[in-house]
Design a protein around this ligand. Structure first.
Ligand code: NAD
Ligand code: WQD
Length: 347
């Protein structure tokens, strides 16, 4: 049994990962969050689904000394899963310094802490955005990174590099960089899911909010060179993403990693167009979704989907959920928000 520190554990992917670790392993969990893009209510929902306790530390990871003092009080840590970051592409273009400060500051502080305490195992949330408009699809881990399209994407590229240099200086340190494609969906219970604090930019929350009359979906571009003219992405269930973190932790704890820094794509490998995603939602929700066709969105790549062979082979990761499962779970969560009066209108 190990103790795992999860940063950003109140966030969308972090909280789903807490549930999977608590339900499916014997590991102890410490979650750190400052609720800059989440709420402590996420912890209540996690506890409602899985009653096994976890420690909670409410601190800003950018405050190095405060963070270290709070973590010191938690005892020995064996592995860190570092989710905490800001993640909005358009916000990062409006205020890049805020993104560099938070995403790189928090990473540097947590690595500093890892070095001080001799914590050797580290998992980092990276993103398919590091590939940009890749020339060949599907993208493998060997596909070269292109110049980042956004300050957010750049923080992930630089974050990966910081970890590589850190590992050269601390030779017993081992990291796994996980490049998520498009995580969507909600917990199978229907009792927990994504809870954007501000207006979402991502497709699936906009779809479910549109279905309840609280947002207006526009398809950004129908003249792309794809099978139906809309952009193609690799949507992956958030619980499959969460499971990959458990497999990555076990892989590191078991000493299976051959490299100081390993890299894995986390996607299903299926390219899905925006219109196909909408049709899957319509099928699962049993309704027609109102939407309009609009111009292309700045910075969108035409198509990106993963070759996930490496994660399957080396981590033993097998994404279980279909696009229909993703849409149904997201819809059930939106209905839960309606039922409990927590849903917000973005019209
Ligand atoms: P999220 O915003 O829901 O969760 C991030 C959490 O980190 C939030 O709870 C936030 O309050 C916390 N946080 C941020 N800065 C902090 C700080 N300085 N100190 C303490 N807590 C802090 O985002 P998410 O969708 O769960 O994403 C998790 C990670 O995965 C991020 O690193 C993100 O960049 C990455 N990622 C997300 C996606 C996606 O589409 N959701 C795709 C690829 C990569
Ligand atoms: C998906 C598709 C849109 C909204 C972003 C980040 C990436 C990663 C995942 C963090 C696109 C279309 C969307 C709408 C639409 N995040 N769309 N109408 O842009 O693929 O990826 O989130 O690391 O780094 O860039 O995700 O959900 O915003 O868009 O037509 O109202 O849906 O054009 O084709 P994206 P998304």
């Amino acid at each position: 049994m190990a103790t795992i520190l999860v940063t950003g554990g109140a966030g969308y992917i972090g909280s789903h990962t807490l549930i999977e670790i608590l339900e499916n392993t014997h590991h102890e969990v410490i979650s750190v969050d400052n609720f800059s893009n989440s709420s402590a209510k996420a912890y209540d929902r996690v506890a409602g689904i899985c009653p096994r306790p976890f420690k909670r530390v409410d601190v800003d990871l950018c405050h190095r000394h405060e963070m270290a003092a709070a973590l010191d009080a938690c005892g020995k840590i064996d592995a860190i899963i570092h989710f905490a970051a800001f993640k909005s592409v358009p916000d990062s273009m409006k205020d890049p310094v805020r993104y560099y400060d938070n995403n790189l500051g928090s990473l540097q502080n947590i690595l500093y802490y890892a070095a001080q305490k001799g914590i050797r195992h580290f998992i980092f949330s990276s993103s398919c955005s590091v590939y940009g408009n890749a020339a060949a699809l599907p993208v493998t881990e060997a596909t070269p990174m292109l110049a980042a399209e956004s300050a957010y994407g750049h923080t992930k590229q630089v974050g990966e590099e910081i970890i590589r240099f850190f590992s050269k200086a601390h030779t017993s340190f081992q990291a796994v960089l996980l490049r998520y494609f498009n995580p969507v969906g909600a917990h199978k219970s229907g009792l927990h899911g994504e809870m954007p604090v501000t207006r979402p930019n991502n497709l699936v929350p906009i779809i479910t909010q549109t279905a309840v009359g609280k947002n207006a979906l526009m398809v950004f571009g129908n003249d792309y060179p794809t099978r139906d003219g809309s952009c193609v992405r690799d949507y992956i269930h958030v619980t499959d993403i969460a499971d990959a973190h458990i497999q990555a932790v076990e892989y590191l704890l078991a000493g299976k990693s051959k490299q100081p820094v390993e890299l894995y794509n986390l996607g299903t490998g299926n390219g899905v167009s925006v219109l196909e995603a909408i049709h899957s939602f319509e099928k699962m929700a049993g309704m027609k979704l109102p939407y309009t066709m609009g111009p292309r969105r700045d910075g969108d790549v035409i198509a990106v989907y993963a070759d996930n062979t490496k994660a399957r082979k080396e981590l033993g990761w097998n994404p279980r959920f279909s696009l229909d499962d993703m849409m149904l779970s997201a819809w059930r969560w939106q209905q839960e928000l309606e039922r409990t009066g927590q849903s917000v209108s973005f019209l």
